[in-house]
Design a protein around this ligand. Structure first.
Ligand code: S3P
Length: 442
């Protein structure tokens, strides 16, 4: 990331109107590039997110030996085959992305190569022990900075021991890292997750021909099992629009009077749609039309109309299905009637920023009444938000976009210290909002 990009956003003057598509799903895009690099043959990826995070992943898999070609409507990736990645000639830079760093750490742990990995100032503060500790059990060696942080060196093993691992936190990133390591180990890999988390890795591995079994555990979690070594066959992938990105124009349309927008082609995997469930519980007018299956994932069009929202209690068990949506949900709660309780948010402390603290600061600095009890955020809804605050984004794209939406619905203009990180997940965000009539002056 180069120069910071501050922005001041004033209240929208008219309702949002129109029909738009948002960029491709970030989680699916990272996985598409990594699995394509591990497959035999050439994978064609349609709708890949071309945000900075995913571009970092594309460069990393290229450095590991995959051959990439960007075309107008799709990317072509010629894979190396599981076990055949080559040693990168330089440090792998994973930019701002915890997903890219952690998933790739899984892949690299069980390839007999030495690699080094770093990231930007935000990623270098984030905990890697949650993957390096279990992955060390394969026989790989990890050398990390103090606090198990990046930069880190991975000395991979070509003779990895497959893991049976019970996740201590509900994390699709950790689950996926263990699974990706298992691809090049002989024998069964088994991951037990306490709560179901996004299952794009499982779905895509099946799409590439691996027999992945998923069974429910007694306590509502899941066991995921497969036998390695895996042989993955290249298949076309269609990446749907990212529901986490769609959440921003959806909340804006709900809060700005007289809005009526359609957001087309959004991924509706049930392990990602907690935000829409929650907004519907708050009284949102969101209709899903044209539901279909594309590239193995459920997709549909969201028809959203301005609505009067009321407060909601979001249970901790729902957090994994909307883990990235709390900053923008909190803006909706601040303008809802009554009190909202967002429960069980400990994981927000280790995102691109400490999102528990930065979400509270986002609201407080703009006149909302908000408090924290243990890992819960409690927001008192009000009819008007004063605005006028400075949003500190801490290199966090979702804070920046939430700050912009807050500016559109507050009374006084809101300053955002840096919007440059929006490029990591949602290139063209301000243009898309302006195409809907938001009137943001850049
Ligand atoms: C992701 C999983 C989530 C999420 C991240 C993307 C993924 O992280 O916050 O933005 O693609 O697997 P955790 O699994 O660590 O909660």
């Amino acid at each position: 990331m180069t120069q910071s990009r501050p922005l001041t956003v004033s209240a929208a003057q008219t309702g949002l109107k129109g029909q738009v598509t948002v960029p491709g799903d970030k989680s699916i895009s990272h996985r598409a590039l990594m699995l394509a690099a591990l497959a035999q043959g050439t994978t064609k990826i349609y709708g890949l997110l071309e945000g900075e995070d995913v571009i970092c992943t594309s460069k990393a898999v290229e450095a590991l030996g995959a051959k990439l070609q960007r075309n107008k409507d799709f990317w072509l990736v010629e894979g190396c085959g599981v076990g055949h990645l080559k040693e990168p000639g330089d440090v792998l830079n994973m930019g701002n992305s915890g997903t890219a760093a952690r998933l790739l750490a899984g892949v690299l742990a069980t390839h007999p190569i030495v690699s080094m990995m770093t990231g930007d100032g935000s990623l270098r503060t984030r905990p890697m022990g949650r993957v390096s500790d279990p992955l060390s059990e394969t026989g790989a060696k990890f050398v990390t900075r103090d606090g198990k942080r990046l930069p880190m060196t991975i000395i991979g093993t070509g003779d990895g021991k497959p893991l049976h691992y019970k996740l201590p936190v509900a994390s699709a990133q950790v689950k996926s890292a263990i699974m990706l390591a298992g691809l090049n180990c002989t024998g069964q890999t088994c991951v037990e997750e306490p709560v179901a988390t996004r299952d794009h890795t499982e779905n895509m591995l099946r799409h590439f021909g691996l027999d992945v079994s998923v069974t429910e555990s007694d306590n509502g979690g899941r066991f995921i099992r497969f036998e390695g070594p895996a042989s993955l066959k290249a298949r076309d992938i269609i990446v749907p629009g990212d529901p986490s990105s769609a959440a921003f124009p959806v909340v804006a349309a709900l809060l700005i009077p007289n809005s009526e927008v359609v957001i087309e082609n959004i991924g509706l995997n049930l392990l990602r749609t907690g935000i829409f469930t929650t907004l519907l519980e708050m009284g949102a007018s969101i209709e899903i039309k044209n539901e279909r299956i594309e590239g193995g994932e459920k997709v549909g069009d969201l028809h959203v109309k301005a609505s009067t929202l009321h407060g909601v209690t979001v249970p901790a068990e729902r957090a994994p299905s909307m883990i990235d949506e709390y900053p923008i949900l909190s803006v909706a709660c601040a303008l809802a009637q009554g009190t909202s309780r967002l429960q069980g948010l400990a994981e927000l402390r280790v995102k691109e920023s400490d999102r528990l603290a930065s979400t509270v600061a986002l609201l407080e600095s703009n006149g909302a009444t908000v408090s924290v009890e243990n890992d819960d955020i409690i927001i008192q809804g009000q009819t008007h938000l004063a605005g006028g605050g400075l949003v500190k984004t801490h290199m966090d794209h979702r804070l920046a976009m939430s700050g912009i939406i807050l500016g559109l619905v507050a009374q006084k203009a809101v300053k955002i210290d840096d919007t440059a990180f929006i490029e990591t997940s949602f290139p063209g965000f301000v243009t898309l909002m302006n195409n809907l009539g938001a009137g943001i002056k850049v």
